[in-house]
Design a protein around this ligand. Structure first.
Ligand code: UD1
Length: 347
């Protein structure tokens, strides 16, 4: 068991919090930085409930360069960073691009700047399959070309990857991995932590669970005229715990790395594509709820289909996603029931 301290930025967010659990389960000591801009301090309690251990927590805004430096002065032993902290709403990034470039890129530069001062630092970056746009070939391998981003959000992921890659070129002792996530869904099976969207959810699963619980009238299915099996768009929905565990595997790879390349990219998905209607069917089956929905026009910027070729991640990271879509949706529903109860108790 290792007792190395790992910094997890955005560690109270959706994927971050599940990754903190996965790290602690593997014996890592975790320090979280989060500015609570899109998360709740209560998540710290949820993590503690699951693992029996409270991670160290620093409320720091990574846009403050001096605060980033102060953090590494305070924790001089930290040389491993998993960087989740970022803004992720596609629509908001279109209306407020500078917020996204500052939040997602300045913060990255400040972190890398500090890590560059160290001998042997390692870095894992939250990237997205959005970098591929509509790929010409499915499943999508890591060699598929990166296409021009559809939104400032997507652009920050592409530029973020380039910033890291350029840093790796000049600093050979610095090792980094970009993880391109497909569609993370679900919650920890205990329902102590899960996804906490602020306002109206833009992503499919939280919209489904909020509709089923009565918070939204009905789900709009964006388009049934795609060239897919049932006309609705296809995505690779990966259980957030599978995704979280992939980060532990990636970190171990960096720690043991004797690779020629100090920069690598991996797709993280299940390798399977499911349509929106298949997701609805699976949700109705596992929840026993009837989901009200209507078919509407396509959402601007949406692609037809995306699912991962998982060969590289399976082989090199010695990892695979093994939780099913049913399991993911079941955990998302259980989480929604817990959230509702908590909301009722508050009112
Ligand atoms: C979206 C983002 C992507 C980001 C990812 C993070 C867009 C265009 N893309 O991906 O950049 O990395 O989230 O998880 O926003 N759907 C409905 N009704 C809804 C919501 C969604 O039919 O109310 C459909 C969508 O059209 C899509 C599928 O469900 O086919 C999944 O949507 P979503 O969860 O938003 O993920 P992506 O669009 O794949």
């Amino acid at each position: 068991m290792s007792t190395k301290r790992v910094l997890v930025t955005g560690g109270l967010g959706f994927i971050g919090s599940h990754t903190v659990v996965a790290l602690q389960n593997e014996g890592f000591e975790v320090v979280i930085i989060d500015n609570l801009s899109n998360s709740s301090i209560d998540v710290l309690g949820g993590i503690t409930q699951i693992t029996g251990k409270t991670p160290e927590f620093e409320n720091i805004d990574l846009r403050e360069k001096a605060a980033v430096k102060n953090f590494f002065d305070k924790y001089p032993d930290i040389e491993d960073v998993i960087h989740f902290a970022a803004s992720k709403a596609v629509g908001e990034s279109v209306t407020n691009p500078l917020l996204y470039y500052e939040n997602n890129l300045s913060t990255l530069v400040y972190l890398l700047h500090e890590l560059n001062k160290k001998e042997n630092s390692k870095f894992i970056f939250s990237s997205s399959c959005t970098v591929y746009g509509q790929a010409d070939n499915l499943p999508i391998t890591e060699n598929a070309p990166v296409k021009k981003a559809e939104s400032p959000y997507g652009n920050t992921k592409q530029i973020g990857e380039e910033i890291i890659q350029d840093t790796c070129k000049v600093n050979k002792s610095f090792k980094a991995i970009s993880l391109r996530y497909f569609n993370p869904v679900g919650a920890h099976p205990t329902a102590e932590i899960g996804e906490l969207p602020i306002g109206t959810p833009q992503n499919l699963i939280p919209f489904i669970t909020q509709t089923a619980i009565g918070k939204r009238k009905e789900l709009s299915v964006f388009g049934d005229d795609y060239p897919t099996k049932d006309g609705t768009a296809v995505r690779d929905y990966i259980h957030v715990m599978d995704l979280a565990e992939a980060h532990v595997h990636a970190l171990k790879r960096l720690m043991n790395a004797n690779e020629k390349d100090n920069y690598e990219v991996f797709n993280l998905g299940t390798g399977k594509g499911n349509s929106v209607l298949e997701v609805i069917n699976s949700f109705e089956k596992v929840s026993g709820e009837k989901l009200p929905y209507k078919i509407v026009g396509r959402r601007e910027g949406d692609i037809t289909a995306a699912y991962a070729d998982t060969t590289k991640a399976n082989k090199e990271l010695k990892w695979e996603a093994n939780r099913s879509l049913d399991e993911a949706l079941k955990s998302a529903w259980k989480w929604q029931l817990v959230v509702k109860k908590a909301e009722e108790e508050e009112n």
